[in-house]
Ligand binder design. Sequence first.
Ligand SMILES: NC(=O)c1ccc[n+]([C@@H]2O[C@H](COP(=O)([O-])OP(=O)(O)OC[C@H]3O[C@@H](n4cnc5c(N)ncnc54)[C@H](O)[C@@H]3O)[C@@H](O)[C@H]2O)c1
Length: 322
Amino acid sequence: MAVRAVITGGAGFIGSNLVDRMLGLGAEVLVIDNLATGHMRNLHLAEGNPNFSFEQADITDAHTSSLIANFRPDVVFHLAAQADVRVSVANPVFDATVNVIGTLNVLRGAVDGGATRFVAAASGGTLYGEVDPSNLPIAETEPWNPLAPYGISKKVMIDYLRSTQSLYGLQTTSLALGNVFGPRQDPHGEAGVIAIFFQHYLAGTTPTVFGSGDQTRDFIYVDDVTAAFAAASGVSGTGALINIGTGIETSVNDLVRSMNELTDKPVEPTRAAARPGELDRSVLDISLAARTLQWKPEVGIHDGLVRTWEWFTGPNGASARS
Ligand SMILES: NC(=O)c1ccc[n+]([C@@H]2O[C@H](COP(=O)([O-])OP(=O)(O)OC[C@H]3O[C@@H](n4cnc5c(N)ncnc54)[C@H](O)[C@@H]3O)[C@@H](O)[C@H]2O)c1
């Protein structure tokens, strides 16, 4: 029997890539998304597949629990979120409503619908806060010290998953993602730096680097992330938090060098003052993912950049750019 999977946030960047992976694995997929930042165009490969269905619904609406429960899912992948750090600072009540209350509604639907597994997107870039360099790469045992409201609401989400596991037996896993990039990442608003920069390379405009550019992040290609979600749905979560990254530190200046080479455009970014609250260094220890999920990143940053640039310059990227 085909696995029945609900994917919240399935019209978004990571969620839609996960939809394609799960349909490819033969699952029956229901996407729940209010299209706040997601787009139906991200689901063009899924539409028409008899195993695919879509409900435009808001996870903050209690009725959405019944939509999930009525589908009788085996697994719920929870990616719908208010995912913009700056929005969370400007409006922490809205952020908590989507990321905390919304998560509780999705958990309710999973429990009521008899799901056995629940895998959610947490944030490895914000959960731990600034970590002593001697503790890099960051292991899951590092204290959780998020600074922005977004990091806090995502941290609370992890606690609610653990609580639901102990109260109701639903097997839950939170994946603390590094900085994800790849096709369908929206280059508008506060998207990932790679999508924003590629947009500038295409438009012939100049990207801005905030601070020295020596700040590092753990950039991970979206296919590696969706593979981790699929793997996590197949093992018994222990209420665990698992880092998903590459374990490799890449600075923003390194990125610009690679992008210049790849696009054959000698872009010299504008430099601006560092933004308050930005971390100096962030890189994740991924040994727990290797042990528990038998997962490791396959694509890597170089090939990931090549594939992302191909997408941005191709026909599907054109609609995202406009
Ligand atoms: N992109 C990254 O680098 C990254 C890193 C760490 C964690 N995450 C997490 O991964 C998940 C997916 O992020 P993404 O980058 O694909 O962002 P995205 O904005 O493309 O996807 C989020 C999706 O959730 C939907 N959504 C938002 N509010 C909703 C609501 N109230 N009800 C129903 N749907 C709603 C949006 O329409 C969108 O389709 C999020 O939970 C995010 O916090 C992302």
